[in-house]
Design a protein around this ligand. Sequence first.
Ligand code: ZN
Length: 305
Amino acid sequence: MKLISSMLIMIGFIANTAQANPYGMVYTKQELAKMQKRPSSNDLDAILSNSRLDYHGGMVISNILAYSVMWGEGVDSRVQSGVGSLLTAMLNSTLFDMLSQYSTVGAKVVGGHASSQQVIGRGSYGGNVVIHPSNAASTVTDSQVGAEIEYQIRLGVLPAPNENTVYSMFFPPGISISLGSALSCQVFCGYHHKYNSSQYGEIHYTVLPNFDGLCAAGCGSATDSFATLSIVLSHEITEVVTDPSASGGSGPAFPDAWNTSGGQEIGDLCAQRYTSLKTSNFTYEIQEQFDNRTNSCDETIYTSP
Ligand SMILES: [Zn+2]
């Protein structure tokens, strides 16, 4: 009896933190506060020590090729000028050496599906593209983001995708993105998703709103809005690599790749824990990511040439 009641407490704790983040969504601070009480960091370490990312048989991204895509001319000038260097550093860094543990060659598959037999290695930055969206709405739905990417590919403005391509979408002030009933800067600070194109197959992308204004209070835990961006971007990039075809629910199954049994992805487990990415001339703030080898958030300071 005693054992059962302490197990129930344990399950209660796990339920509090293991709420699924649809498509690896990063929640705003207000939204996190509205959720059930979060455990103290010591309790959280104990929960993490019992956490594990399982492989469900879906594809991962082997050597990510990421493009930064500006939604119109109005994207913050620091984002326009700085995000290329950030992605160049992040994708060619020791962070990706850590991610290689989520290669699927020989990985145990939960659910009976075959493994995709892929190796995850470092990636590269493809360049920056400013699009002039056909969709001029101030609130853009997630499926409209996907359709716009497809349209810009058809126009030849964006390069066509291959299995490694990710479009990192950056938005100007004044544009909100809606994912289901959730709005950017009110419920979430970023997410990753896919769009099923009949012409190009699965199109993978990350979505980050502008982090000034309304978003500064909800998403800005960092020293400035560009640091907020680098933290949220690192969360979504590692998730799109390890779970690109996410189903988004709390019961992961193929074509999901790496998820907890409750549908959390690599970044979700370590949200609000920060480390650094150092290059020869700049130190970026990024988020810690879950390490299956140690059942903890990897506190390594990552480096890039
Ligand atoms: Zn996430």
